[in-house]
Design a protein around this ligand. Sequence first.
Ligand SMILES: NC(=O)c1ccc[n+]([C@@H]2O[C@H](COP(=O)([O-])OP(=O)(O)OC[C@H]3O[C@@H](n4cnc5c(N)ncnc54)[C@H](OP(=O)(O)O)[C@@H]3O)[C@@H](O)[C@H]2O)c1
Length: 350
Amino acid sequence: MVVRVGVVGASGYTGGELLRLLANHPGVEVTYVTSREYVGKPVHHVHYNLRGYYRGLKFTEFRVDELSNKADVVFLALPHGVSVNYVPKILEVGIKVIDLSADFRLKNPEMYEFWYGFKHPYPDLLSKAVYGLPEIHRDELRGASLVASPGCNSTAVILSLLPIVKSGIADLSRVIADVKVGSSEGGAKPTPGSHHPEREGAVRPYEADGHRHAAEVEQEVSRLVNNSVKVSIIPHAVSSIRGVLTSTHLWLTKDVDDVELMRYYVQTFSKEPFIRFVKTVPPGYPDPKYVVGSNYVDVSYAVERRLGRLTSFAALDNLVKGAAGQAIQAFNIVVGFEETLGLKYPPLKP
Ligand SMILES: NC(=O)c1ccc[n+]([C@@H]2O[C@H](COP(=O)([O-])OP(=O)(O)OC[C@H]3O[C@@H](n4cnc5c(N)ncnc54)[C@H](OP(=O)(O)O)[C@@H]3O)[C@@H](O)[C@H]2O)c1
């Protein structure tokens, strides 16, 4: 079976990464790519890395009637607040949507006013959307019409918390996630803060008084433990291009030794195709450098026994497991492909 796929917002970073990964996906033909700025230009005009791929495919302006003749599934790689206007129209013509923006991640419409500053125009669709983190929503993803693909920081923080929420060994009412992020997280359009001379060499906190990805982390983790979980995310811009590292800090409420802790991590992740528990592999901690280019997430932990502090670590590539790779993993499940199809390759080194 070959599924015809459209990518809307294909000239941006996550759109380009979708095209890079889909280029070798054996079950997909990319038939439709959009951009407002590059209408009529071939894919490689923007994405130089894709020279030799997608011959003849040109950017077009997005139109639902055109899409409906060309695609079975569409990935939306658009800014938040933009996707929301397209999704109902696309669903109406029977095309499945994998949305990489935040527009359908939150179940409570009021949270959009608080975190994103807009009133959600389609609150009824929020309950229909499946939060596209396969590690916790695999069953609901099968056959889903609308997938809200998680944020990159949220993916790292939620996965770092999974072994702990499942074992009930720590206080979840005051979790602090210290997150380091590469510059591609900000998208392809430069801003004064992301312009190369300003960003290179930076180690800079931002949105430290409340990062919006906390909303989806709290939603998903609270649901898992059936209790209100509070998470503070403090992102730091660092000078790498790709990569997210979270050090998620918690306080233990039970005396657990290393054997038990390791068992929780191994049990939580042993069947997950893209999660590697690296505690026992030197140097014992994850580093985005060794997942870049891949859909892997490396996880580990450390305990400061003197204080009862537990830190759970996760590293991923924000454009792959944090965006395009995760979206394709969810897509594979939605359409009934093997979950890892087109995604199983090792990270880059050095
Ligand atoms: N970057 C990451 O690491 C990352 C990770 C996870 C999720 N996400 C989410 O993924 C989405 C895309 O992010 P990105 O980093 O790929 O952004 P980006 O590089 O800025 O790309 C945005 C794309 O959307 C198009 N676009 C922008 N405004 C539009 C509008 N008003 N109407 C139609 N098309 C519009 C742009 O092309 P034209 O201007 O040519 O139309 C471009 O193709 C965002 O919602 C982001 O939050 C990003």
